[in-house]
Design a protein around this ligand. Sequence first.
Ligand code: DGP
Length: 114
Amino acid sequence: MATIFSKIIRGELPGDIVYQDDLVTAFRDINPGAPTHILIVPNKEIPTVNDLTNEDERTAGRMLLAAQKIAEQEGIAADGYRLIINVGKHGRQEIYHVHMHLVGGRPLGPMLCR
Ligand code: DGP
């Protein structure tokens, strides 16, 4: 079964896509936690960071380079932003298709609630 994110990537479900290349796609989060909240997702379905292999090295690197480009595109690069990847149960990962959150557009609070 394809993930929701695969369906957005393939255009089978609506998504506000802001960036796409041969390895990754980025679209706005449906439930934004900041003025800019974008998900950067490998085009290949990989459930969690734990499932990455050496073959995915270029894809993993591309996620960061896409984040850099999108932050520039969104006008938030100079002020800064946060990149987050949730992994598994303790990481409160909801969608089991690797994704990196790019959040910014305002000063963000502390990284973790203690
Ligand atoms: P995580 O907890 O890291 O797995 O975050 C999943 C994020 O995915 C969450 O912030 C909400 C977002 N999301 C869930 N379903 C959809 C959807 O159908 N479309 C979009 N654009 N985002 C979604």
